[in-house]
Design a protein around this ligand. Structure first.
Ligand code: ADP
Ligand code: MG
Length: 238
């Protein structure tokens, strides 16, 4: 399960409202991409869903439960950031298993989940290495592995590939796409990159200054952009 609903959500920092009232539903199993220029509120929205940022008003429901009444660690969501935030002194095995140790899971179950995640991410040969001895792509895979082991209801990605070089980014996009195909878990993926949005999404949410300009499939946005902003941003043939 992993249906995420934003109902009349707003966010202000001090006097400045960065998200005017906003409604959005992400269906269970969808790969939704939030796309828009820098500063349009993508990270703020994702952080509110994750519980890392309070709402100013409105509600977020996850599978019908009001998320704001559930502590972030119990929302069943796993966030993957642009900075990998791996523990440098821990091996890959320990890094991936970290959230499970925090949850006091039994060691045998931890070992099993870590190995399953490592296999699916091609990290089996690197389990005893430290982050410093990995490539950028491998580090990002470890960060994703740490999310996978929690078996979350949804994955939240905030520009996870923007620190990688172009060639690696293409490969990692494919890997994340395959992961979605395999797990069929809801994913929300934030990016300012139109190509990433068009190639990865089932549902694209185009944002400008905290306002949703359009929601639709990549083809819908391409062929039927609702306004000049969407057309320009997506690169529609107009
Ligand atoms: P994006 O991720 O799309 O680049 P953000 O969600 O980070 O955009 O930011 C949206 C707006 O909110 C920006 O104008 C940004 O300056 C502002 N903002 C974000 N976080 C804070 C904060 N902690 N305090 C004040 N303003 C913030
Ligand atoms: Mg951001």
């Amino acid at each position: 399960m992993g249906r995420i609903q934003l109902k009349n959500v707003t966010k202000s920092f001090g006097e400045t409202q960065v998200i005017p009232p906003l409604d959005l539903t992400i269906e269970d199993g969808e790969f939704a991409v939030f796309v828009g220029p820098s500063g349009c509120g993508k990270s703020t929205l994702l952080r509110m869903i994750a519980g890392l940022e309070d709402l100013t008003s409105g509600n977020i429901e996850i599978d019908g439960d009001v998320a704001t009444e559930v502590p972030p660690s119990q929302r069943g969501l796993a966030m993957v950031f642009q900075s990998y935030a791996l523990y440098p002194h821990m091996t890959v095995r320990k890094n991936i298993g970290f959230p499970l140790r925090m949850a006091k899971m039994e060691q045998a179950e931890i070992d099993q989940r870590v190995e399953t995640a490592a296999k699916s991410l091609n990290l089996m040969d690197y389990l005893e290495r430290k982050p410093a001895d990995l490539s950028g792509g491998q580090r990002q895979r470890v960060a994703i592995g740490r999310a996978i082991v929690r078996e979350p209801a949804a994955f939240l990605f905030d520009e996870p590939l923007s620190n990688l070089d172009a060639a690696l980014r293409v490969g990692m996009r494919l890997e994340i796409g395959e992961l979605h195909e395999r797990l069929k878990t809801t994913m929300i993926y934030v990016t300012h990159d139109q190509v990433e949005a068009m190639t990865m999404a089932n549902k694209i949410v185009v944002l400008r200054a905290g306002v949703i300009e359009q929601v639709g499939s990549p083809l819908e946005l391409y062929h039927k952009p609702q306004n000049e902003f969407v057309a320009g941003f997506i690169g529609s043939p107009k």
